[in-house]
Ligand binder design. Sequence first.
Ligand SMILES: Nc1ncnc2c1ncn2[C@@H]1O[C@H](COP(=O)(O)OP(=O)(O)O)[C@@H](O)[C@H]1O
Ligand SMILES: [Mg+2]
Length: 260
Amino acid sequence: MSVLRLEHVTKRFGGLVAVNDLSFEVKERQIHALIGPNGSGKSTSINMINGSFPVTSGKIYFNDKDITGWKMHKIAAAGMGRTYQNLKLFRSMTALENVMIGGQLHAKMNFARFLIDPFKTKREEEELREKAMEIMRFIGIEQYADRTVGNLPYGRQKMTELARTLMIDPTLILLDEPAAGLNPNERAEFVAIIKKVYESGKDILLIEHNMDIIMNISHVITVINHGAKIAEGTPTEIQNDPEVIRAYLGDRYKIGMEGE
Ligand SMILES: Nc1ncnc2c1ncn2[C@@H]1O[C@H](COP(=O)(O)OP(=O)(O)O)[C@@H](O)[C@H]1O
Ligand SMILES: [Mg+2]
């Protein structure tokens, strides 16, 4: 079964073609990486996939269902979760509260409504709290539950955002540069968590800049440049693809240095 399929997807912002006739497929039980230089259209692709931006043309299928034009909350409710390149947390709320909001966003709730009417019933709140704690234990951040999230180290904030995404029980998770801005220790922790999430049965589409991470955890890599696909294959195939090396990897990765 195909988990996610893009068919000839294009996104124009005025005169700029941010994503250009992009087709690729995420298969079941895979960590699929989408890589490319800055500005090559990676975040725009994720934004179209989860319904943040409408496509200009083309089709997007989730579990073989045509979701082109669906609203973001409907796509989330169908089982697609995502994190953002720039964190979207309520900095003055606790980590636990931030994770709990993920459950509220499930169907029709939105942030504004949450602020007016946080939880419908005491029981609903209790259930969400328990589920959020369970997920935080799974990620390994339960000890930060009651801390104000804005005061946590950046790596913990990113883990909190990932935990929040899991509240909707997604089958597919889109991660937009999850390791960006993390120090090497935090990065190693995050890679371990991504693997754990994958092993718990979730499929993953990963945008990442750090080549060591990509080569370490992805099964398939799609490479884009100027919004268009230039290569696709296993980490080994991509590492040795002359066009990828020319457009993106440069000689640095080849000789064993980090891609950043
Ligand atoms: N909302 C937007 N409005 C106009 N241009 C945008 C918008 N979002 C992204 N772009 C442009 O689209 C191109 C691709 O951006 P993006 O998808 O963020 O790249 P990446 O994530 O690969 O770094 C860039 O030229 C960027 O400036
Ligand atoms: Mg981006």
